[in-house]
Design a protein around this ligand. Sequence first.
Ligand SMILES: Nc1ncnc2c1ncn2[C@@H]1O[C@H](COP(=O)(O)OP(=O)(O)OP(=O)(O)O)[C@@H](O)[C@H]1O
Ligand SMILES: [Mg+2]
Length: 385
Amino acid sequence: MPSLKWRSPRRAPLAGGSGVRSRPARRLRMLGAAFDVRSLLMLAAIAWALIYHLTSQAALWSRVLAVPWALAVVALAGLVKVRPGRARYLWLVAACLGLEAWAGWHWIVVSTWATRQAGWELRTRDMGAISGAAVALALLHGADPGAAVVLGGFVLLPGVFARQSRRTADLIDELQETRRELARLAVVEERNRIARDLHDLVGHSLSVVAVKTELARRLVPRDPERAGAELADIDTVVRRALAEVRQAVTNYRQPALAAEVAGAVSAARSAGIACTVSLPDDWHLPVPVEGLLAWTVREGVTNVLRHSRARSCSITVELAPRRAAVEICDDGVGTGDDERPEAAVSGNGLTGLSERASALRGEISVGRRPEGGFRLSVAVPLDPS
Ligand SMILES: Nc1ncnc2c1ncn2[C@@H]1O[C@H](COP(=O)(O)OP(=O)(O)OP(=O)(O)O)[C@@H](O)[C@H]1O
Ligand SMILES: [Mg+2]
């Protein structure tokens, strides 16, 4: 899987280095970045270790040297924050472990923090080497082997967690990029379809009209009868092209299922009817099929609003590998009677829907529900044959 570079959103403007930001503004941003919660925690850890060290029985040279060394760690930490990179992180961890080596095990707090920061950038072998060094240092300071391993783990684990979060962040980034790419491709595909349709519908017809008009113009003085026949042909071609263009425009205007469901839910709720929706997570349906499902939702919910006097309704869309179905149910007055549940169902809306469904070899079912209320459902096959 190609790995994308992940940058924390707060860090990106600093690390990006556009070069157009003015110096004072950059300094201000660096200052702001340096004082977030994690940095303050790091400063607290270093301050604690330093105070502990200065007030300990350690040799004078060790206490004096600890101060500039600790300041160097702080400076390095600031640097990696502004310009992250594997080498800089390795230097930071090495400085912390070095401090721990001669100044005492209590600096392990700082090493742990450094590994946590570095986990974003370091590789598995770096992490292994760091925890190995932490174990060796603990042994050097006289810890028994068990305790040394625990201390090594103490240094390693935050880094491992940080690496894990980075992988998750990379994955999320990649998924979002893929989604954006799919959306872009869908737009390109749709444009190509429109261009193809325009070419096939209008291009061909206009070429025929141009040729026949030229012919008719030449024939008028010599053979008016043939010229009239050519003009009649032109009339037929133009009318056919007009019908095809209308058909194409109708197809482009197919309503989208998601938008139709959202509109229906909002309309039902405004009328005081609770509306529950069950939709698949994702769908890629042929345009006419999605259009049919969307028309069904529109007509079904409009009927619920106009005829049902329901308190609640539901919209359910189900997708199977070879079939898509939508169902709109309500708990209103229903229609017809128990023997002939579809008896009273005849109007333009449902008749039109039934015609749309048959054009796609779909089935429509309407009528009173046994438990009361009304049910409209449309199922349509997904394979075009
Ligand atoms: N949810 C419902 N609850 C009760 N009766 C309904 C429901 N849906 C449809 N009907 C009945 O079915 C009839 C036919 O509905 P249809 O949608 O075909 O026509 P319409 O809504 O009356 O008019 P239009 O042509 O404007 O849609 C309705 O007149 C109504 O009696
Ligand atoms: Mg209706």
